[in-house]
Design a protein around this ligand. Sequence first.
Ligand code: AMP
Ligand code: MG
Length: 483
Amino acid sequence: MTTAAGVATLESRFATALPELAVAWQAADCPAPRLTVLNEPLAAELGLDPEQLRTDDGVGLLTGTRLPPGANPVAQAYAGHQFGGFTRLGDGRALLLGEVSDRQGRLRDVHLKGSGRTPFARGGDGLAALGPMLREYVVSEAMHALGIPTTRSLAVVATGRDVHRETMLPGAVLTRVASSHLRVGSFQLVQAAGEVDLLRRLADHAIQRHHPAAAADAQPYLAFYRAVVAAQADLVARWMSVGFVHGVMNTDNMTISGETIDYGPCAFLEAFDPATVFSSIDQGGRYAYANQPAAAEWNLARFGEALLPLLDEDPDRAVDLASAALGSFRPAYDDARSRALRAKLGLTGHASAPDALADTLLDLLERSHVDHTSFWRHLATAARGDSGPVRALFLDLEAFDAWLAGWRALGPDPDAMDRVNPLYLPRNHLVEEALAAATEDDLAPLEALLDAVRRPFDERPGLERFAAPAPADFGRYRTFCGT
Ligand code: AMP
Ligand code: MG
């Protein structure tokens, strides 16, 4: 929806329905705003005119500093288990500007990150640096292109205000678009406060927005819980499939919609190793690659606890219902994971392809430190008759050759493999290179990376370096929170 000036009309559905969870607040001013990247296809999806967004009024919308009449920006309150510990949180440096109806009539949140301190900022400065906001932009766009549910990035605007981290860095605001910002932690906050009526209103709002089929169920809140469990099982299986490590799967970073959210210390696997952790603060490996399904299940158990008052008047019975519903996570995850692996192996037609085939392969990948992304494309080449490139990746060739012969005997479909196994991902060294250049005002590497990852499956000449593993001297990759 747009006004005559082409600027969005922002609705205030969340703030109106759940005022207890919304603090009216204004974005900090931007001394010298400069639009760094604008997502034109997403703007079009939202019914916004990219040319308008490039004007002063448009940049004012993208930074929350010049909003259309009637807009009611709010900081959202929520809680969260952070690395296992419960904390009351909220948007410390973010604002929900409001919602827009997109071209398909879906309601989408327009949200800012890095827009200044709010009452939830605690010790934080409310700001964000340009590098990490561009990182969220590129990784979320890559995830979307991979077909993985995710929040989107509409724009990054450099503010002209420096932010103090280990050094002084250019500041920026990210304009994020999501089907909503409701999180497991939103429910935890309300349940911890003992506000059962508010909890019911929050659940009704979430059902209407994300899982409307639950409303028709004889037990709507139980059906809602099951739907979120199913959405997260599917999401995490998709992450595993492309080697995505979220890095900070706290309950405040787990959505009710089933979209990936909060691209902080995330990164993609290079050499396949289930124990991979990128985040510098995840010292125990709680959110390591292979632990992600268990972490999701743990978060969903906390979500179930938060919903207990809605599930049954009898607390014991409520616990039984929630436990049974949570019990569907593992089978749903295992099923999604096994279907994804069958597709990666080009064996979709083989409902009976043994899981052991995939398990043996993953073990071989780990033992030979094989690059997780390029492996699958080389494997498709082997299905076409040339096993040279894929065999060159293995140290233990004898074991791999035996596996390869068994797999080829099943008649894998290489074209189907290439449709699900990406060539181009935002590999860590490419992201770092693009962000370093962007911080020095050179946007060419970022644009080139975006161009590659937006069509991750289509091999294109000239893009070889985007498909190649990090050079050996890139070293062990570390990512940082508190960005
Ligand atoms: P995150 O780790 O990004 O999910 O953030 C966890 C919490 O810290 C959220 O409540 C954020 O709003 C808050 N936060 C993170 N960085 C800042 C910052 N620079 N200033 C204020 N609050 C922040
Ligand atoms: Mg967060």
